[in-house]
Design a protein around this ligand. Structure first.
Ligand SMILES: [Zn+2]
Length: 444
């Protein structure tokens, strides 16, 4: 049995407009400000922004964090010391009473997240693999939020991020463990139609898929775009740039070449502006799938765990499952930490029971995902995999074949979605990618 995490991330502070992203996710102001100062502190040459891609020692990071806390956030310095003591003793916040002294909500989670994203990619991926030793294949999704978050942009281009991940995925330590998704931003492609400057964003995607071991494309409509009819729904600003043409070209390429797409699909997450999460609504994909019936689409986050618990009837999960009448529509359980809590789980369980009684196809299309490293801010994240295994086992009891349903959700469905069975084009592309190296067992 293969276990696949269909939705994770391994970016660092150079890859994403981190300040804009934190604000877009409603992180407390101190988190973004603190990170900025830490990054400056880690800069050898203060005139240049530090490159997170250079490896730095744990001690150097701790010293810098401590220094910034002491100088700029003295009120939190005790909390930080408590956090370090706790970390040294290997305790988690659930066990240790000392955490009650921490003065800020989610302090520990944010500090852990921040400590992670100032690291180089290799260190981050190593941590991911170590934290979830049972997972056979991780699918990190690169995101492109560059254009959409005001006054902030990423330091490292998407092409370079793809090069870094390719390099790591070829190293013996990580061979067969990580194959990423490369992001598509319709704005960048539409700008290219207009200006013809630089290389076409779609050519970066094609190179990643065809030569660099990437197995899909990530889109993030909550930034403020749609897969279709942008002018109609989003207005005049889309006159100048033809987003629909850009998406058409992407869909055409993906359908012809069996390239899977993951689209962010929960009302929450990173919103470029208030309520822009709405553009992630799966309903906007109906006409896309009507036109491209063979398109492989994964609606990430299954409409959002918390949103579903809050309102069953209006949950996007229903729309997603309705779209499963198309052959290659899937969904992942990324950031399902809310159902790791027993009270919330019992509510979710009721919803799921109703859902699969009407649409049993869901058992063949739901895929395990974590959304790690985004979940690192959550208190229970270290036990995410174990807890999810328990709740998925429980949910599979609603199937007439629980064992088969469990195998499907934990990995088999994802492998089918990814086209990694013998009929899939990704299967053949990856076989070429491995060439003279051993094939991972999930591929052979
Ligand atoms: Zn994600």
């Amino acid at each position: 049995m293969s276990i696949v995490d269909l939705h994770c991330h391994v970016f660092n502070a150079d890859d994403v407009p981190v300040k804009g992203m934190l604000q877009a996710r409603n992180a407390p102001d101190w988190v973004a400000g603190f990170l900025d100062k830490v990054l400056q502190g880690l800069t050898k040459d203060a005139t240049k922004k530090r490159s997170a891609s250079n490896s730095i020692s744990d001690q150097e990071i701790v010293d810098t964090f401590k220094n910034v806390m002491d100088c700029d956030y003295p009120d939190y310095a005790d909390s930080f010391q408590d956090y370090l003591d706790m970390k040294d003793s290997g305790e988690t916040c659930e066990k240790k009473a000392v955490v009650r002294k921490l003065q800020l909500p989610h302090f520990q989670g944010y500090i852990e997240w921040l400590m992670l994203i100032v690291r180089d990619h290799r260190t981050i991926i190593r941590k991911l693999v170590k934290q979830f030793p049972d997972i056979n294949l991780f699918v990190p999704l690169i995101v492109d939020m560059d254009h959409w978050l005001e006054n902030d942009s990423a330091n490292v281009s998407i092409a370079d991020q793809a090069n870094i991940l390719e390099k790591i995925s070829r190293e013996p330590e990580f061979s067969g463990k990580v194959h990423g998704f490369v992001p598509f931003d319709p704005y960048k492609q539409a700008r290219f139609y207009k200006t013809n400057e630089g290389s076409a964003p779609l050519s970066i995607i094609k190179k990643a898929i065809e030569n660099q071991g990437f197995i899909g494309v990530k889109v993030y409509p909550a930034m403020g775009y749609l897969p279709v009819e942008n002018k109609k729904f989003l207005g005049m600003q889309y006159d100048e740039f033809d987003f629909d043409r850009a998406f058409d070209e992407l869909f055409d390429y993906c359908q012809t070449n069996d390239v899977p797409i993951t689209t962010h699909c929960s009302p929450g997450g990173a919103e470029a502006y208030k309520r822009s999460g709405f553009w992630g609504n799966p309903g906007f994909w109906t006409s896309v799938l009507e036109k491209y019936k063979k398109l492989r689409v994964n609606f990430a986050h299954f409409g959002g765990a918390q949103e579903t618990i809050n309102s069953y009837e209006r949950s996007w999960a229903w729309n997603i499952v309705n779209l499963m009448k198309y052959e290659h529509v899937y969904t992942d359980l990324g950031y399902f930490t809310p159902i790791c809590n027993s009270e919330s789980f019992s509510k979710y369980r009721e919803f799921f029971k109703t859902l699969v009684s009407k649409k049993p196809v869901a058992f063949d299309r739901v895929c395990y995902g974590s959304d790690w490293q985004m979940i690192v801010v959550e208190a229970n994240q270290k036990k995410y995999y174990q807890k999810m295994k328990e709740v998925i086992t429980d949910l599979c009891n609603f199937s007439s074949t629980p064992g088969k349903a469990f195998e499907g959700i934990m990995g088999k469905n994802a492998l089918t979605f990814l086209g990694l069975d013998e009929n899939g084009k990704n299967y053949h592309r990856l076989k070429a990618f491995y060439q003279d190296r051993d094939l991972p067992f999930w591929l052979s």
